[in-house]
Design a protein around this ligand. Structure first.
Ligand SMILES: C[S@@+](CC[C@H](N)C(=O)[O-])C[C@H]1O[C@@H](n2cnc3c(N)ncnc32)[C@H](O)[C@@H]1O
Length: 315
């Protein structure tokens, strides 16, 4: 791919993180390293950044591209951000000044014809960010029953034709299991109605692909664990910036920030707080930022992006 992965809302991410020279930063989703590179530039000459990615290929690519320039200011680990609470201190980042989560998948993964992330790229339906952990998407399609597949497509894809697609998958596997992205895309196209005319044209299998990827990588559970661990690591004044790409992710981020702003978790009928939880975050931007029409025109992947940012306050 000519441009690799273009970082989304790159200027806004750096403005919101406000990374200072000498600070310690976390990029929980290194991907192609676009945001990492800009954060390291902004913290020149002595800021350091811990970059994580569950995908070892992303870590190797960024190491190759940025190591010569940033030397030991860049610390890379192949890890899931749900393990942040143990990975960060072990890497020397026990307290940090900024944390970025740029969720979902990169253009490199989407274009990889061996991993089945992309409807157009095709390939065996694997979809694991870390191919050494969990089960490939094809195994879910081969083993879950129609009710389980329906629930998965509804919950993680908000797919209106979930039941019909699930039944078609179970029927198809009596002859041969659905093993490739091309086969799944063709099956969904056959049984699910196309978007009405005039609506933005997305492939009818888009929501099913999203649902499978979220399930295979347990993405929503990882997000909740990763956000909580990041706030534990942030120093007062440190910033949390999250870029999400669909409503399921954004809802979790929004609720998480709201709960950390509120602090107290006592039910409303309790007259005096007994939980003792103090607010830990305040808004940096409210309600959220989205890319400009110009950015979307030059980077269609930015289309659905939403940025939320918050600052750690002393609890
Ligand atoms: C949108 S890309 C990041 C792009 C990056 N900001 C850039 O500028 O190139 C998301 C990356 O996060 C990784 N990822 C997704 N979920 C993860 C998780 N729970 N833990 C670690 N990495 C994850 C994916 O493997 C992918 O490489």
């Amino acid at each position: 791919m000519k441009d690799g992965h273009l970082p989304v809302l790159a200027v806004e991410v750096v403005t919101m993180l406000a990374p200072a020279p000498g600070s310690l930063q976390l990029d929980a989703t290194v991907g192609g390293g676009g945001h990492t590179e800009r954060i390291l530039e902004a913290t020149d000459p002595d800021g350091r950044l811990l970059g994580l990615d569950a995908d070892g290929a992303a870590i190797a690519r960024v190491d190759h591209r940025l190591r010569g320039r940033f030397r030991d200011r860049l610390v890379l680990r192949q890890a899931n951000f749900r393990e942040l609470a143990s990975v960060a201190p072990e890497a020397g980042f026990a307290s940090i000044d900024g944390a970025l989560f740029d969720l979902g998948l990169s253009s490199f993964q989407l274009a990889d014809t061996e991993r089945g992330f992309g409807i157009r790229a095709g390939g065996p339906l694997d979809m694991r960010f870390d191919p050494a952990r969990g089960v490939p998407a094809a195994d879910l399609l081969a083993t879950l029953d129609a009710a389980e597949l329906t629930a998965l497509f509804r919950r993680f894809g908000e797919e209106p034709s979930a039941a019909r697609i699930a039944r078609a998958i179970v029927a198809a596997r009596r002859t041969a299991p659905v093993r490739t992205a091309e086969e799944l895309a063709a099956l969904v196209e056959r049984v699910a109605p196309h978007a009405p005319r005039g609506r933005r044209r997305i492939h009818p299998a888009t929501r099913v692909f999203q649902a499978l990827r979220i399930a295979v990588n347990a993405e929503l559970e990882a997000l909740e664990a990763g956000l909580a661990a990041a706030v534990d690591l942030l120093r007062p004044g440190g910033r949390l910036v999250v870029l999400s790409y669909h409503s399921l992710e954004d809802r979790i981020v929004k609720r998480f920030i709201a709960a950390e702003r509120r602090g107290c978790t006592c039910p409303p009928e309790v007259p005096v707080c007994v939980c003792g939880r103090n607010p830990r975050l305040r808004f940096v931007t409210r309600p959220s930022l989205i890319p400009s029409a110009d950015e979307i025109a030059s980077n269609p992947r930015a289309r659905s992006a939403r940025l939320r940012a918050a600052e750690r306050i002393a609890a």
